[in-house]
Design a binder for this molecule. Structure first.
Ligand SMILES: [Zn+2]
Length: 572
């Protein structure tokens, strides 16, 4: 925009010259002429300060300590320079000024547990598939595209979504792609279905012993059905590994997609350390284009972690190494969450622990000594209690201020003693309130009584003072489901689970913004709209603080500002 340098001074002149159009015209001429010769910058006291972007006439929900609500935000050089009422426009002019027409603005969301999954050429996205027949169509089409013998992979099916209301079986896949090995992961990643050809390659037969960390489902005659809970690697390890070059374009696309959900920061919940250079490359090649990310590194071994050579916090405001990810148990989609009491209707069945308590302690001790922050995967109350005990033991042996160790998920309310330890040791939680909605049928099938009512508890841990960072775990991506479930405690069916676990919207918004910033030690830089903070701001189609809860799910993100730049503008 050619006039950008003179425009602010012209506007300024208008304000200062109250009378006479000829006076204004003369003044404009003078000012625009001098502007060509004078360097820009702080001018006289009566001049306005130049900014890059002004958002005003909005309902700006700052989420600062006083929960201030203002109307204008001034942004310059990627930073918020001023927040206040409309009088700020007397002090600032900007290259671009956006009238919000009363819409709600807030800090960008921070999805504190998500997965950016690259798509190889073998991959089928099954998240929107609504029947086994549709799933077969997708597999058939992919088989035609790839040719005989090629592996087919996919992610995102859920039996609750299927018209048939049953799990897919190997026979369903065999019909669709007789000549291709197929493995398709359920949404949530804790369960998979494989075709006969894939099971054959993996040599999984009626004689295969059950894995220690999962379960091969068998039919009445003892034959594998194709469903494998947790231990998908038994088959998956035979799928040719996709290269970074094959995956990166789809990962970049997916990262950009986050901005349309208003997600300006995220935590990639699980990544192999060997893939870290791919992340560095994506952020190097797309400066300022992708949401800020912290990448949790998957624990494989001490040797691998030492070879990696980095640790939590390394990086910058765009990309940093997150916490160490260790799986303590599975999930209720398996079902393999590790519980203290047996599952509903399954006497003696308490899910599975991925590693022994002693092994978990050794890992934690090693990581702690190496200076890593830890974020352990714990779904069941048994896994939560165990992980907290392990953190507590390690911290007692070797105290560390501000460690910010946390639990990923927290899908059950643990015993009171565990909550007390969490408070004492300042252990945080990266939680998915949306699970109450999306995974409702998993909980009604596996939990009962108070365990069902307090699934994915929100207000109980918050009221104890435990810091909760909200997130989606891509079930689905996008914060509206989580916000809706946090304030209503409703499942997909509309049934309410533990109304006393509901929280007010304002607290939910804090957990979905500032919560994630605290998780990665970045609350001084982001998570609220305050001067000095990174300019990550979003504008919504509706006022979440006043609309009826049923309208939360259809609320859209109209505008996403990342580092002071408008990166998404939704066309009405
Ligand atoms: Zn996850």
């Amino acid at each position: 925009m050619a006039a950008a340098s003179t425009l602010p001074r012209m506007l300024n002149a208008k304000r200062l010259m109250p009378l006479g159009s000829s006076v204004i015209r003369t003044a404009l001429l003078t000012i625009s002429m001098t502007a060509q010769f004078l360097p820009l910058g702080p001018a006289g006291a009566q001049s306005k300060e130049q900014a890059d972007l002004i958002l005003h006439r909005g309902k700006v929900v700052t989420l600062d300590a006083r929960n201030s609500i203002t109307s204008a935000v001034i942004i310059r050089d990627g930073t918020i320079v001023a927040v206040g009422d409309e009088s700020l426009l007397d002090r600032y002019v900007a290259t671009r000024t956006i009238d919000l027409h009363g819409r709600m603005a807030m800090p960008g969301f921070n999805d504190a547990h998500t997965h950016i999954l690259g798509e190889s050429r073998r991959y089928i996205d099954l998240r929107s598939v609504r029947s086994i027949r549709e799933l077969q169509d997708s597999v058939r089409a992919k088989a035609a595209q790839l040719g005989t013998g090629e592996w087919i992979t996919g992610y995102g099916w859920a039996e609750d979504n299927f018209a048939e209301q049953r799990l897919p079986q190997r026979a369903d896949l065999d019909v669709a792609a007789q000549a291709n090995p197929v493995i398709l992961m359920r949404a949530g990643g804790h369960s998979s279905v494989s075709s006969s050809r894939a099971l054959g390659i993996a040599n999984i037969t009626r004689a295969t012993p059950q894995p220690a960390d999962g379960m091969i489902e068998r039919d009445a005659s003892g034959e594998p059905t194709g469903i494998i809970r947790e231990s998908a690697y038994l088959v998956d390890k035979f799928v040719p590994v996709a290269t970074g070059d094959e995956l990166r374009p789809s990962m970049v696309r997916l990262l950009r997609d986050q901005l349309s959900f208003g997600i300006t920061s995220l935590v990639m919940a699980d990544e192999e350390s060997k893939n870290w250079p791919d992340w560095e490359r994506m952020y190097r090649e797309n400066p300022g284009q992708l949401p800020r990310a912290a990448v949790q590194i998957h624990w494989n071994s001490e040797a691998e972690l030492r070879a990696f050579g980095k640790r939590s916090g390394d990086g910058d405001e765009w990309l940093r190494v997150g916490a160490l990810k260790v799986f303590v148990d599975g999930g209720f989609t398996g079902p393999s969450a590790y519980t203290l009491e047996p599952y509903k209707g399954l006497p003696g069945f308490r899910g599975t622990l991925n590693r022994s308590p002693e092994e978990l302690y050794q890992i934690a001790r090693t990581a702690h000594a190496m200076g890593w922050q830890m974020g352990f995967h714990t779904i069941g109350d048994g896994a939560i209690a165990l992980a907290v005990d392990v953190f507590d033991r390690v911290l007692r042996e070797s105290p560390k201020a501000d460690h910010r160790n946390y639990l990923n998920h927290f899908s059950m309310l643990p015993p009171d003693a565990t909550l007390a330890t969490m408070v004492r040791d300042s252990i945080l939680v990266a939680q998915q309130p949306n699970f109450t909605y999306t995974l409702e049928s998993r909980y009604t099938q596996t939990l009962d009584g108070a365990r069902l009512a307090h699934n994915n508890p929100v207000s109980t841990p918050m009221n104890r003072g435990i810091v909760m960072a909200f997130s989606s775990d891509i079930l689905p991506t996008g914060p509206m489901v989580g916000l809706y479930a946090a304030v209503t405690r409703k499942g997909k069916s509309g049934a309410v689970y533990g109304a006393d676990e509901a929280i007010p919207m304002l607290r939910a918004l804090q957990a979905y913004t500032r919560g994630g910033a605290i998780l990665t030690h970045e609350e001084a830089r982001k998570g609220t709209i305050e001067p000095g903070k990174l300019a990550d701001v979003i504008v919504l189609s509706a006022d979440l603080l006043t609309i009826p809860p049923d309208e939360i799910l259809s609320t859209k993100v109209d505008l996403t500002v990342l580092n002071g730049r408008v990166v998404l503008e939704r066309k009405p």
